[in-house]
Design a protein around this ligand. Structure first.
Ligand SMILES: *[C@@H]1O[C@H](CO)[C@@H](O)[C@H](O)[C@H]1NC(C)=O
Ligand SMILES: *[C@@H]1O[C@H](CO)[C@@H](O)[C@H](O)[C@H]1NC(C)=O
Ligand SMILES: *[C@@H]1O[C@H](CO)[C@@H](O)[C@H](O)[C@H]1NC(C)=O
Ligand SMILES: *[C@@H]1O[C@H](CO)[C@@H](O)[C@H](O)[C@H]1NC(C)=O
Ligand SMILES: *[C@@H]1O[C@H](CO)[C@@H](O)[C@H](O)[C@H]1NC(C)=O
Ligand SMILES: *[C@@H]1O[C@H](CO)[C@@H](O)[C@H](O)[C@H]1NC(C)=O
Length: 839
């Protein structure tokens, strides 16, 4: 021991001497360790042993800011991914150094030798203390001769990122919680408004909070395997719950060694899981929580208005403009300062109040005893920091400072509480005089009572009519009296011949008013369900025919003309295993697709429904699998354009009266995503459990990712179990379970006992095909035409043996993933031992 210490000391002195000689104290840094006497400055970095993480000084975001920080980031990613920042609240302006101080603490010394940041340990540390950057991304301060003695670690003081292996919980003795706090924005690591922490009650769930106070999302209770409201988050990662005498926390590992993954709370308040293949060096968001942006508190920042979960969810209140372009975390600021506003009382204009229509009231009002609207306004005038007031008939509310969490609501909602905001006179709308105002009120009252009396139908009709005048193409046929049977007729090979001749299109376009009428104004009783791209309603024509209408939530930035072309293209896809598109209605505000109505529910209802009143027998299941395969083959290969579905799952398979499967929602991915047959997407649509690994991890979709979803579907149909939500103690999901049974020669046990007796050899063949489709490497998966020939081929032809499916187990790492995906440097030696072979 003594020998070793002496040796180290010698090394250090030689080093110090050399540095002194060369006049640069920093030359001796190398590798992952900073010892006493060494320092880190400028562009020098520590690099973890396997070259995964790097520690050094950096300037975040756009170079306009001169602030530098000490941080840890993933090495070799083209876009710097910072996972930890030491001095997030105290940026450095000039050259500074990181060193181990006399007392053994790691300190960040500024230019003027002030300690800007320190590990702040009060106990005496040995002379042999050293700082090491580990391959987990953890910076530790440890005793050189006995490395297991760790005095301090960066994992205990996270910034906004939770890395695999790090704990996130709280200290039972001090009650101190480890908290991830978002950056203010991409250029500023100082603490933003959003944070994540673990609850200290008996539920131990995670909370997302705004300003450390308002909780807007909960993970749900932990059941030992998954969190209640996000079970799918255990798809890529395995969480452990640890409760010791000192602390309670969760930590996690990534199941597949070829994958890097982390959780980050971003500046918009979203808790994201980002993943990348080790070899790819590019992150994609695999989960974004909460799933619905409207659940995030104050998503649009100060004085912002949330207008709905669309591509453009935020606007500013009247008289305010966005503070930072393309960044809503900073919200909006006044266009013109007011004399007695929230910022500066000596500058600015005189002000007045403006009524804000159609919004909810901002969060956190203060009640004021004023008894009427006038008194309420006076209260707000008397307080310089007051920015808004509202009087609701019985009480007065005032708001001091910034207004948060205002949301746009439709005008017909009765909001008795009108919000008035303080604005500079030049920003107030031009006052048209009191008489005019009164006239407007009277007219409004008359019109609204007329609308109420004449009912929703007329209202819908009326507003659309006004719009139709502006947009000529609005006009359309009357859906109610349309006869689909005479206009289109399927011939016997499943395709459709059209008899009716339309000048412009061969797909009928209907007027919005008639669509409203057919669905009883989209009444909730007519709602059939909610699909990936919008809600589906049932409609009825005058001749009694029933139809299904899909109300597309948004047009994905496409213009009306491109959108129409895209729909016409989809309408040309006609196959007996695709739900038939009968017509559409394109309106400037929304688009509605009209489909044939399927009286039976979707496949998931029959497979997993709680009251399985109809049990699907083997013949039906086989026919369903084959039908889906035919429909998918048509989409992939035979139609005029290659269509990738991207969201194939049991609830998107509808069944007709004879239980023939029909794929729905096809082609919509084309409207809402890219057109290329193999392409990257930034935002991943799709359903966890059905998503191929390359799609979930890299956003890379192709016909092979559809084949993966098909494989999952086949295994679900055979077993009657969902891929997600099916957990055994040591197997994560259905794929893993199927694989285990398969390699141990017990494949027949996977078949749903409810089907009664099934031809075992046929069932095994289906399982074999299913497993081939869910292989990790996209190139190993068969295409749909080979799937069909494998399903139908003679029983004597042997099928290829599948490799272990992607993300199937919590324990083993598939040999395929290591060999095929990871680049040489990171491939894990000795893991090609997974010697399980099918029978
Ligand atoms: C989680 O923490 C426990 C206890 O400290 C440890 O045994 C386990 O290895 C950790 N798991 C991971 C994935 O880091
Ligand atoms: C955040 O909370 C603190 C303390 O609870 C409070 O003083 C501050 O005004 C809050 N910030 C905002 C923007 O509401
Ligand atoms: C998000 O939530 C809001 C309000 O609860 C709801 O109206 C909206 O339809 C939801 N959006 C999606 C895409 O689920
Ligand atoms: C307030 O106004 C004074 C005088 O015009 C100015 O010097 C000061 O910088 C202003 N402060 C802020 C915060 O805008
Ligand atoms: C009216 O506003 C007062 C003061 O904020 C509040 O206490 C009261 O609950 C409100 N009443 C209604 C009906 O919203
Ligand atoms: C709020 O919605 C109304 C329609 O309900 C719309 O006219 C208005 O422009 C929206 N306001 C904002 C700020 O988005």
């Amino acid at each position: 021991m003594w020998e070793r210490t002496k040796h180290t000391t010698n090394l250090i002195s030689i080093c110090v001497f050399l540095c002194f000689l060369l006049g640069n104290p920093c030359l001796c840094i190398g590798g992952d360790t900073l010892s006493r006497g060494q320092s880190l400055s400028g562009t020098q970095t520590l690099i973890s042993k396997d070259g995964i993480f790097e520690l050094g000084f950096f300037t975040p975001g756009s170079s306009s800011s001169q602030n530098t920080y000490l941080g840890i980031w993933y090495k070799d990613f083209p876009e710097r991914t910072t996972v930890w920042v030491a001095n997030r609240e105290t940026p450095l302006r000039q050259d500074s150094t990181l060193e181990i101080a006399q007392n053994g603490n790691l300190v960040l010394m500024s230019h003027d030798s002030d300690a800007v940041w320190s590990t702040n340990l009060i106990s005496t540390l040995p002379d042999t203390v050293e700082a090491v950057l580990l391959d987990s991304g953890n910076l530790i301060l440890r005793d050189g001769p006995s490395p297991s003695t760790v005095f301090w670690q960066s994992f205990d003081h996270p910034t906004d990122t939770w890395l695999p292996g790090a704990s996130l919980g709280f200290d039972k003795i001090t009650g101190r919680a480890q908290r991830l706090v978002s950056w203010k924005n991409a250029d500023d690591p100082s603490p933003g408004m959003f944070s994540v922490e673990m609850s200290q009650d008996q539920v131990f769930q995670f909370f997302l909070r705004w300003n450390m106070s308002t909780t807007y999302w909960r993970s749900g209770a932990w059941n030992g395997i998954v969190f209640g409201s996000v079970p799918e988050i255990s798809y890529l990662t395995s969480f452990s719950f640890v409760s010791s005498e000192r602390s309670t926390y969760y930590n996690y590992t990534v199941l597949n060694r070829a994958v890097l993954s982390m959780f980050v709370i971003n500046a918009l308040g979203e808790f994201e899981q980002r993943t990348s293949l080790r070899s790819h060096h590019s992150w994609s968001p695999t989960y974004v929580l909460p799933k619905n942006q409207s659940d995030i508190f104050a998503f649009c920042g100060a004085f912002g208005v949330f207008a709905g979960s669309t591509s453009n969810p935020c606007t500013c209140l009247h008289g305010f403009t966005q503070t930072r372009p393309n960044d809503w975390s900073a919200g909006c600021s006044r266009t013109t300062l007011v004399q007695c506003g929230n910022s500066n009382s000596t500058q600015g204009e005189k002000y007045g109040f403006m009524e804000v229509p159609d919004t909810t009231l901002p969060a956190n009002p203060t009640a004021h005893p004023a008894r009427n609207s006038r008194g309420c306004e006076l209260a707000c005038r008397q307080s310089c920091s007051c920015t808004a007031y509202a009087f609701n008939g019985s009480g007065c509310s005032v708001w001091e400072g910034d207004l948060f969490d205002t949301r746009n609501v439709s005008s017909n909602q009765d909001n008795k509480q009108r919000l008035y905001i303080k604005l500079a006179n030049s920003d107030l709308p031009v006052d048209k005089g009191k008489w005019k105002k009164m006239l407007v009120v009277i007219v409004a009252v008359l019109v609204s009572s007329f609308v109420i009396v004449s009912g929703g139908f007329l209202g819908c009709f009326y507003t659309r009519r006004t719009k139709q005048k502006e947009v000529k193409k609005e006009s359309g046929e009357d859906l109610l009296s349309f006869d689909f049977n005479s206009s289109v007729q399927p011939n016997d090979n499943g395709t459709v011949l059209r008899h009716r001749n339309h000048a412009d299109f061969d797909l009928p376009m209907f007027s919005y008013a008639s669509v409203c009428a057919a669905t009883d104004n989209f009444s909730p009783e007519n709602k059939l369900g909610e699909g990936g791209f919008g809600p589906v309603y049932k409609g009825k024509l005058l001749n009694g025919q029933e139809i299904a209408l899909k109300r597309l939530s948004k047009k994905s930035g496409q213009g009306v003309e491109e959108f129409r072309n895209e729909i016409l293209l989809i309408a040309k896809l006609q196959h007996r295993n695709l739900v038939r598109l009968l017509g559409c209605c394109i309106d400037p505000d929304e688009s509605i697709l009209i489909y044939e109505y399927m009286p039976n529910k979707s496949l998931d209802f029959f497979l997993f429904g709680s009251d399985k009143e109809v049990i699907l027998d083997w013949t039906t299941r086989a026919r369903i699998v084959e039908g889906i395969a035919q429909g998918l083959l048509y989409l992939h290969e035979y139609s005029r354009v290659r269509i990738i579905h991207r969201d194939l799952k049991a609830s998107n398979i509808l069944l007709d009266e004879e239980m023939n499967p029909k794929i729905s929602d096809f082609g919509l991915a084309r409207i809402f995503g890219g057109n290329d047959s193999r392409t990257y997407t930034k935002r991943i649509v799709g359903t966890f459990g059905y998503m191929a690994p390359e799609y979930a991890l890299q956003g890379l979709f192709s016909i092979q990712s559809d084949v993966f979803s098909f494989g999952v579907l086949v295994l679900e149909i055979v077993s009657g179990k969902r891929n997600t939500g099916f957990y055994l103690t040591d197997t994560l999901n259905l794929l893993g379970h199927a694989w285990e049974l398969w390699v141990s020669g017990r494949g027949a046990e996977l078949v749903d006992p409810a089907v009664g007796c099934s031809p075992a050899s046929a069932a095994l063949r289906y399982i074999n095909v299913g497993l081939l489709c869910v292989q990790e490497n996209p190139n190993d998966r068969p295409n749909m035409s080979s799937v069909i020939s494998m399903l139908s081929s003679e029983l004597s032809t042997p099928l290829p043996a599948p490799k272990q499916p992607a993300f199937s187990t919590t324990t083993a790492v598939s040999s395929a993933s290591v060999v095929n995906i990871s680049a040489g440097k990171y491939s894990v030696n000795g893991l090609t031992v997974s010697a399980l072979q099918p029978r």
